[in-house]
Design a binder for this molecule. Structure first.
Ligand code: NAD
Length: 539
């Protein structure tokens, strides 16, 4: 396979940057926007071109520095050092607000990196599909006897992340009604088979989902409309809803469509009058959340899906917005205590057969893990790849490095056609401080302590990751989170094996020790069983 760069480590970064902006992957590649409202891969076209130029010429003892999507330096380091170090959207505490961020962005000084957009490891909607599948499986376990069969989930948003919701619900055998205001977004999810059907209007949607719920057959139905109008309408009509959540881009008030604004006027209006637009979208979010609370009061399982809808609705006047929990404390934290989180990989060959081979390897490595096996099989059958073929599954401490080493061996033996990149979302066990999401309601009250993601980035840098990033804002918006990411390359060399073993042990290890520190018993058990050293527990 011909390389454009000088080695596979930098070739990997180059291919993943390009992949993030592949029209089959990115939401708005012409603006360098990958997903999540305004999450970008590079600050502007000139920066993108310069990053490509640097990655093409970078030596294996050099490191490229990227400051909010702009390449700002190439430094001499060593071969264990990351080839790229990235910092995106970081602002000093008191300045970390949307108006200040936008002012600086308009001056060309920064960009919004989201999580995997600015750190070049977005793999399309599949990335969130696994997390969403896990979350709905946990909801099923908690409230509905282990299956969503015969239940109706109402949610909104069919964008890059939110588009995973309908398939995650049907994979758990449930029925989903998803409200989306932009017909083009809904159409795209139909084409990629994440959404089964599009209803012609709310009446049609209600008829279809009610019938499917009654017959206990999995079905997802999209409907075009504004969530802040459709949800109150469903409540008024007394539709029997079992689960309610939301994945509109509520973290950024300019990316949430207010009631009474046409999709066609949206972006011009938001750009021309951001303050007025923000007030209107927050008011609409308050109406949206009021309806969600109405369903909560009727006994539905309601949760926030990490998009800051509750805080924005509160700013819009909804006093009870925080009456329902975020999904992490409700369902995910026990997994974080085991260092479990979204482990993902992409085949740099572009050949789906490489992912099929790695799928088989994962099934062989963890034969006792039934839910993992169920996911890998269903994903193989039902997930359409976007851009480079990729796979995601949740693995924990003591597991991830086994997969990494196996993939590296497969590359070495020629069982795969090219190297594989291994990375993760920033949403992981020990890599985020985000009081409305990953660290909401920590047992010791340490929700806003942001030393952990910084230590995580330093640990991954010290352990041999190929690129490492520190971002601010991510999925919940400015002022609300700090998070870190890492990507390693399994290029089949002995050096890669050494790096993979360290990074893929230490990175989830941060999740275990962060939760031990916060006082979680399960994390302490995992540390004891699997040998994670915690100084304050040693005599
Ligand atoms: P996106 O911008 O690609 O999609 C958002 C969708 O919401 C768009 O299609 C938009 O048309 C639609 N929308 C906006 N206002 C609406 C309204 N009033 N009614 C109906 N539809 C409306 O964003 P995304 O990548 O899908 O992310 C969605 C949200 O989830 C973001 O806030 C993101 O930060 C957050 N997020 C959560 C997680 C998680 O772990 N749960 C992970 C990543 C991102």
């Amino acid at each position: 396979m011909t390389l454009t760069a000088k080695n596979w480590q930098t070739e990997a970064a180059l291919r993943m940057l390009r992949n993030n902006l592949d029209p089959a992957v990115a939401e708005r590649p012409e603006d360098l926007v990958v997903y999540g409202g305004s999450g970008k891969a590079a600050r502007n076209q000139a920066s993108y071109d310069a990053i490509v130029r640097c990655l093409t010429t970078l030596e294996n003892d050099e490191t490229l520095l990227v400051q909010s999507g702009k390449p700002v330096g190439v430094l001499r380091t060593h071969e264990w050092a990351p080839r790229v170090l990235i910092a995106n959207s970081n602002l000093v505490g008191d300045w970390a607000t949307w108006p200040e961020f936008r002012r600086l962005e308009a001056m060309g000084l920064t960009m919004y990196g989201q999580m995997t957009a600015g750190s070049w490891i977005y793999i399309g909607t599949q990335g969130i599909l696994q997390g969403t599948y896990e979350t709905f499986a946990a909801v099923a376990e908690k409230r509905f006897g282990g299956t969503l069969a015969g239940t109706l989930t109402v949610t909104a948003g069919l964008g890059g992340m939110g588009g995973a919701q309908p398939l995650a619900v049907t994979m758990n055998d449930g029925v989903a009604l998803v409200v989306e205001c932009d017909p083009a977004r809904a159409q795209r999810r139909l084409e990629t088979r994440y959404l089964d059907e599009l209803a012609s209007d709310v009446d049609d949607a209600i008829a279809r989902v009610t019938e499917a719920k009654k017959r206990r057959v999995p079905l997802s139905v999209g409907v075009i409309g504004n969530a802040a109008e459709v949800l109150p309408e469903l409540l008024r009509r007394g539709v029997e809803v079992d689960i309610v959540t939301d994945q509109t881009s509520a973290h950024d008030p300019l990316a949430y469509l207010p009631i009474g604004v046409d999709v066609a006027d949206w972006h011009d209006y938001a750009a021309a009058k951001p303050d007025e637009f923000t007030d209107r979208s927050r008011e609409s979010m308050a109406a949206h959340v009021d309806a969600m609370l109405g369903f909560l009061d009727r006994g539905a399982e309601v949760f926030d899906y990490g998009n800051s809808l509750r805080s924005e609705a509160k700013a819009g006047g909804c006093e009870r917005a925080f009456d329902y929990p975020g999904f992490v404390p409700a369902y995910i934290r026990p997994l974080f205590c085991e260092g479990k989180g979204p482990f993902r990989w992409a085949a740099l060959s572009g050949d789906p057969a490489d992912i099929a081979a790695t799928d088989r390897a994962v099934l062989e490595l963890f034969p006792e893990n039934e839910s993992l096996a169920r996911w890998i099989r269903m994903a193989g059958e039902r997930v359409a790849f976007q851009g480079l073929p990729a796979r995601i599954c949740w693995l924990g401490y003591g597991e991830r490095h086994l997969a990494g080493l196996r993939f590296n061996e497969m590359v070495e033996r020629g069982e795969l056609k090219a190297p594989v990149v291994i990375g993760r979302d920033h949403l992981d066990a020990g890599s985020v401080a985000s009081p409305y999401r990953e660290t909401e309601a920590m047992a010791d009250g340490s929700d806003a302590i942001a030393d952990w993601p910084l230590l995580n980035a330093l640990v991954n840098t010290a352990s041999g990751a190929t690129w490492v990033s520190i971002h601010h804002g991510g999925g919940v918006g400015m002022g609300r989170s700090i998070h870190a990411g890492q990507v390693c390359v399994a290029d089949g060399t002995p050096l890669a094996a050494q790096k993979l073993e360290r990074v893929l042990t230490n990175d989830p290890g941060m999740g275990v020790l962060r939760h031990v520190d916060a006082g979680y018993e399960r994390a302490a058990e995992v540390a004891d069983e699997r040998g994670v050293r915690i100084p304050m527990r040693e005599q």
